[in-house]
Design a protein around this ligand. Structure first.
Ligand code: DGL
Length: 269
């Protein structure tokens, strides 16, 4: 048996493509339908009710396009919306795999950087302490980072200055591991590394999520035997730098489709 329906992956913007890239490397026979909800970005400053509503529309849209499973490639949506989600499809979020990886790597003091809403939810602190009760967890909301990434300022003195300011208290507290608790942040990994120095371990949940999805598809008999060549990216607004960033992250040409989540129709942006 083979199930060639795509895996649906969504985020508020380009960040979730870091997870899509890990899925492509790990599961080359799977096709991916990506949704970047650029019209409603950012999610990270919004309330639980709003993020839950956005997440439900995204999952319904992907389900309507015939996906076989959904990856919530957004920490904010994983933290706030997963418990409220109504769907018959298998769904994976990014928080639990990231917490698992951090606990494996840390000697005892973990820093978490994420959006305001993710930090407020305490989803990481809870997921980490559930695995190791004596772990020290220091969280910091970094609301300026998502706009900097969406603007494509990955290697820029302004971004570096912002990172120094956000990371200083965590580094002063002696963290040994830093969770990149927003799927946009792995794009800043070189800039973050330059601030933390080589001794702090950086945790990006993308690889861990891809491993979970691989196991979950196999368990349910949902694996595909061959790629259909139909990968593409839906966006809810024609974001200025989306295509260039998407090409950089996926290391291949991309096809964008502008969609209206309520009519599920599409057109070239
Ligand atoms: N990439 C999303 C996350 O992982 C959030 C971006 C946003 O604030 O929209 O949290």
């Amino acid at each position: 048996v083979s199930d060639r329906r795509p895996i649906g992956v969504f985020d508020s913007g380009v960040g979730g493509l870091t997870v899509a890239a890990a899925l492509e490397r790990r599961l080359p026979a799977e096709s991916i339908l990506y949704l970047g909800d650029t019209a409603r970005l950012p999610y990270g400053t919004k309330s639980e009710q709003t993020v839950a509503r956005y997440t439900q529309t995204n999952v319904d849209f992907l389900a309507g396009r015939g996906v076989k499973a959904v990856v919530v490639a957004c920490n904010t949506a994983s933290a706030l919306a997963l418990p409220h989600l109504a769907t018959a499809l298998p769904v994976w979020g990014v928080i639990e795999p990231g917490a698992e990886r951090a606990v494996e790597l840390s000697a005892g003091r973990v820093g978490v950087i994420a959006t305001e809403s993710t930090v407020r939810s305490e989803a990481y602190a809870q997921a980490l302490r559930r695995r190791r009760a004596d772990l020290e967890v220091l969280s910091r909301a970094c609301p300026l980072l998502v706009p900097l990434v969406e603007e494509g300022w990955l290697d820029d003195p302004v971004t570096s200055a912002v990172l120094v300011r956000y990371l200083a208290p965590l580094l002063a507290a002696g963290i040994d591991t830093l969770v990149l608790g927003c799927t946009h942040y792995p794009l800043l990994a070189p800039a973050i590394r330059a601030v933390t120095g080589p001794d702090v371990r950086l945790v990006d949940s993308a690889e861990a999520v891809a491993a979970e999805v691989a196991a979950g598809l196999a368990e349910r008999g949902l694996e595909s035997d061959r790629h259909t060549g139909a990968d593409h990216i839906c966006v809810t607004d024609a974001a200025a730098h989306f295509e260039r960033l998407a090409r950089t992250i996926l290391e291949r040409p991309v096809r964008l489709e502008l969609v209206d989540l309520h009519t599920a129709g599409g057109q070239e942006p």
